[in-house]
Write a protein that binds this ligand. Structure first.
Ligand SMILES: Cc1ncc(COP(=O)(O)O)c(C=O)c1O
Length: 290
């Protein structure tokens, strides 16, 4: 039960009235940032972490957020409350705002603040995924800072389309040096001899909130975990691989470029971490309706 609800520059509106100007530089030039959260059983998961990342994303691209962080959190909570959803997707977004044609942000008077609360998008057909290694690479910080979750997703979209054309569900992108970076919208972990590794922030990744949660849980479980450079050969020789993301949760990767990962099924550490992560979701989160 519930209905999509939006907040746009000071007003709560339904889907039919959720309109922004075609002169908003977020629409014209992808000049904006966003974050993506989920509500599980009426509880907003990792609100602080996502809002901190949103403000950091904005700082990286020098985008003013004309709203105090605590105020913004209250607006996010209120938009969810007005939707009535117990389980949903929440997307706070800040764009450069309305300006003239021409990408100069100097013509934009004030950033736009938008919150979307919608049903959770279905990002995968099955729990496990088959992937390819994309011919597109994640951009390094001197091209487009990957630590900022900007609204500029064409790189990820091209990789996703390539994956679909090659009959896979998703793609792994390498960084500019040829080390493993991340999936189209998820971070990557591999397991070898009961040790876990994930690409470090020097591999052009978005530092995922799910990734941070999984690293924390692995440490609690006394499973060794390293953040470091990962080679493509390590992917081909891994016992298990899984992806992590807000939208897709924990995704066992069972095939890469047509080759089986391990025995071609979700592995035991992947299963264990998925269970722990689901417990973590149920135990934490800010209650929206109380
Ligand atoms: C490029 C990219 N990497 C990683 C992630 C995973 O981040 P999180 O766990 O915070 O959802 C996302 C999430 O949307 C993403 O877009």
């Amino acid at each position: 039960m519930g209905k999509p609800m939006f907040y746009i520059n000071g007003e709560f509106v339904d889907e039919n009235n959720a309109l922004i100007s075609v002169m908003d530089h977020g629409f014209l030039y992808g000049d904006g940032v966003f974050d993506a959260l989920r509500v599980h059983n009426g509880r907003l998961f990792q609100l602080d972490a996502h809002m901190n990342r949103l403000y950091d994303s904005a700082r990286i691209i020098d985008l003013p957020v004309p709203l105090d962080k605590e105020e913004f959190k209250k607006i996010v909570m209120e938009t969810v409350r007005r939707s009535g959803y117990q389980d949903c997707y929440v997307r706070p977004q800040v764009t450069r705002g309305i300006g003239s044609l021409g990408h100069d942000p100097g013509t934009c008077k004030e950033s736009s603040i938008i919150v979307y609360v919608t049903p959770t998008p279905v990002l995968k057909k099955e729990r496990s995924i088959r992937v390819i290694i994309s011919s597109y690479r994640r951009p390094p910080a001197f091209i487009l800072p990957p630590e900022s979750k900007t609204t500029h997703y064409v790189n990820n979209i091209l990789a996703k389309m390539e994956a679909r054309k090659r009959g896979a569900d998703d793609a792994i992108l390498l960084d500019i040096r040829g080390f493993v970076s991340e999936g189209c919208a998820w971070n990557i972990f591999l397991v070898k001899n009961n040790r876990v590794a994930t690409s470090s922030i020097s591999s052009s990744i978005l530092r995922g909130i799910t990734r941070d949660g999984v690293i924390h849980l692995l440490k609690e479980m006394n499973i060794p975990v390293e953040e470091r450079d990962i080679t493509v050969s390590e992917l081909f020789t891994a016992d298990e691989i899984f992806g992590t993301g807000t939208g897709s949760g924990i995704s066992p990767v069972i095939e890469i470029n047509g080759r089986k990962v391990g025995d071609g099924r979700s592995g035991s550490i992947t299963n264990e971490i998925e269970n722990k992560f689901n417990e973590f979701i149920n135990e934490t989160g800010v209650s929206v309706y109380e």
